[in-house]
Ligand binder design. Structure first.
Ligand code: NAP
Length: 243
């Protein structure tokens, strides 16, 4: 049991990678504050995962709302040891066709959302002089991608915040790392056409898409004491897509 006695707040915990991470953390002894926008999906997951999965409706882009819910989680569960900033959305388009509203929406969830939740959670970790923060980036945040100006900007920004916070919070014994997944099978990628999937698989040395559990296992390692000397890093989990 690598997370016995730990409380983990996971955003976007009702679907895809966030749900797989909640499940994996609970298997390893954690209690999970599962935060998500999608109430139906939260309730479904709660019925499946049982009493260690505590659902909270949260819109990560709402600065004041996030603070209220984080304070409630600490009142309910006593503390937050691990934060996984996983919630994310895409609104893809070529730059010349990208509406301002779609640029803002993706930045507000994927980048500002990480700022909002971390700013609300980290004072509790500083007080205890202990904590782990894990952020969802992406391979495209490092290498760029056609048609994803907003998403790439958000995921590159997450890497910048990860490195900054690793330096800012090390003195409080808070580690901060990011995971950069490649192409993973989740509801987010479920509408990608088969010919694009075939192309991506042909470019991936391991020759297939990743599973959500493979990202969850990376979060588990980074959240555990096995990663006690790792901070400020971006761990690629992409089947060798970027080498
Ligand atoms: P997903 O299946 O779409 O799950 C994301 C969850 O976040 C959904 O339940 C979604 O709710 C929720 N969410 C959306 N906006 C939110 C908000 N404002 N506040 C709180 N929750 C919100 O996505 P995923 O594929 O698991 O992706 C998880 C993370 O990994 C994202 O940050 C993504 O960018 C990153 N990532 C994914 C891949 C991939 O190939 N799948 C690759 C690289 C990085 P709704 O259902 O209502 O939208």
């Amino acid at each position: 049991m690598r997370l016995k006695g730990k409380v983990a707040l996971i955003t976007g915990a009702a679907s895809g990678i966030g749900l797989a991470t909640a499940k994996r953390f609970i298997e390893e002894g954690a209690v999970v504050a599962a935060c998500d926008f999608n109430v139906d999906a939260l309730n479904k997951a709660s019925n499946e995962l049982g009493q260690d999965y505590h659902p909270y409706k949260m819109d990560v882009s709402d600065h004041d709302g996030v603070k209220e819910i984080v304070d409630k989680i600490v009142a309910d569960l006593g503390k937050i040891d691990i934060l996984v900033n996983n919630a994310g959305i895409t609104k893809d388009n070529f730059l010349i066709k990208m509406p301002e509203a779609d640029f803002d929406a993706v930045i507000n969830v994927n980048l500002k959302g990480v700022y909002n939740v971390t700013q609300a959670v980290v004072p509790y970790m500083m007080e205890k002089k202990s904590g782990v923060i894990l952020n969802a980036s992406s391979v495209v945040g490092v290498y760029g991608n056609i048609g994803q100006t907003n998403y790439v900007a958000s995921k590159a920004g997450v890497i910048g915040m990860t490195k900054t916070w690793a330096k800012e919070f090390a003195r409080y014994n808070v580690r901060v790392n990011a995971v950069a997944p490649g192409f993973i099978k989740t509801p987010m990628t479920s509408t990608v056409p088969q010919k694009v999937i075939d192309y991506m698989n042909s470019k991936t040395p391991l020759g297939r898409m990743g599973e959500a559990i493979e990202i969850a296992n990376a979060y588990l390692f980074l959240a555990s004491d096995e990663a006690s000397y790792i901070t400020g890093q971006v761990l690629g989990v992409d089947g060798g897509l970027v080498v």
